[in-house]
Design a binder for this molecule. Sequence first.
Ligand SMILES: Cc1cc2nc3c(=O)[nH]c(=O)nc-3n(C[C@H](O)[C@H](O)[C@H](O)COP(=O)(O)OP(=O)(O)OC[C@H]3O[C@@H](n4cnc5c(N)ncnc54)[C@H](O)[C@@H]3O)c2cc1C
Length: 324
Amino acid sequence: MSDVGGVWVYAEERAGSLRPVSLEILGRARAVADALGTRLVALTFGSEEATARDLARYGSDEVVAVEHPLLGRYDTRLYTDLLEREVRAGDPSVLLLGATRDGQDLAGRLAVRLRTGLTAHVTSLEVDPEKRLVGWVPGFGGGIEAGIVCPTHRPAIVTVRPGVFPMPLPVSMPCEVRWVRPSLDPSQLGSQRVSFEPKGTGVDLTRSEVLVVGGRGTSGDFDRLQKLAHRLGGEVGATRVATDSGWVERDRMIGQTGVVTHPKVAVILGASGAVQFTVGIEKAGFVIAVNRDPDAPIFDSADLGLVGDLGPIVDRLVRQLGEA
Ligand SMILES: Cc1cc2nc3c(=O)[nH]c(=O)nc-3n(C[C@H](O)[C@H](O)[C@H](O)COP(=O)(O)OP(=O)(O)OC[C@H]3O[C@@H](n4cnc5c(N)ncnc54)[C@H](O)[C@@H]3O)c2cc1C
């Protein structure tokens, strides 16, 4: 891979602040850029000067801040047009984005326009001895880890799941901020906003230190789990069965399709332990699992396992924690 334009990170701004996944990627991208012997560039679209200043503190050699009031909210067409323009001009060898809703939208469209490869939803990134970027993704229902390279086209576009890399610490190193102020008008927007109703809880499980997670075995009684989470000062998470059943909001789903978490403690209640779920808790410090089936695979991922009906166990824990 030759490195004219370096490793680029598309850093997402939401309501005036950077999304944590963008900083997580930036931390890892610094090591990738060093291994490739190239520059690290963070690119952001928006209207906030503070975002560019923040980005400059997380290890980039350069920040490209594309600024205009119309960029205050994500617009598929406008953002894709602008990112395509910047990437064609800057010619990076690698472009990394968060696997958020907007990041996925942008990455797919850009990959088609630039006729290049997209490795989606990676859980790990490394540079191989031939100096190629390898993105690792769970494949075949989580049964294998597949390493994907994009050897003949550039940039290699990669989306990274929130929570898979640690949040980097700010560093003090020189960083040049380049402002790009395009002239834009509303006719370039692909959509008009009539009204806006936020969906989901807005909870970010990747930041929670304690998680109480429920699966099908809860039969939908998440009030009970909520009480336990409250006593432990944590948040409620869920398996896909629980979110698909409408028992809790979709943004509480943990796993391959949901979020990858790294709490200090996770209490897993009535979940079988499918690999698509356990990839989301394998970075937990201590896992307690409750399941009435002694052979449930979740016990392979647990530090402490309790075989039994979760209802009385949770009620007792809530009572005892209350007394304590
Ligand atoms: C491409 C793909 C992506 C996926 N992504 C995800 C993902 O991101 N997250 C995810 O969670 N799943 C995901 N899945 C689905 C996943 O394969 C499993 O189907 C799902 O995780 C199972 O959820 P569960 O453990 O709640 O239900 P089940 O597998 O039905 O397990 C329920 C468990 O509850 C136990 N139980 C029942 N009653 C009680 C009780 N009263 N007390 C104690 N234990 C009890 C049972 O013994 C059983 O082990 C994905 C699947 C695919 C194909």
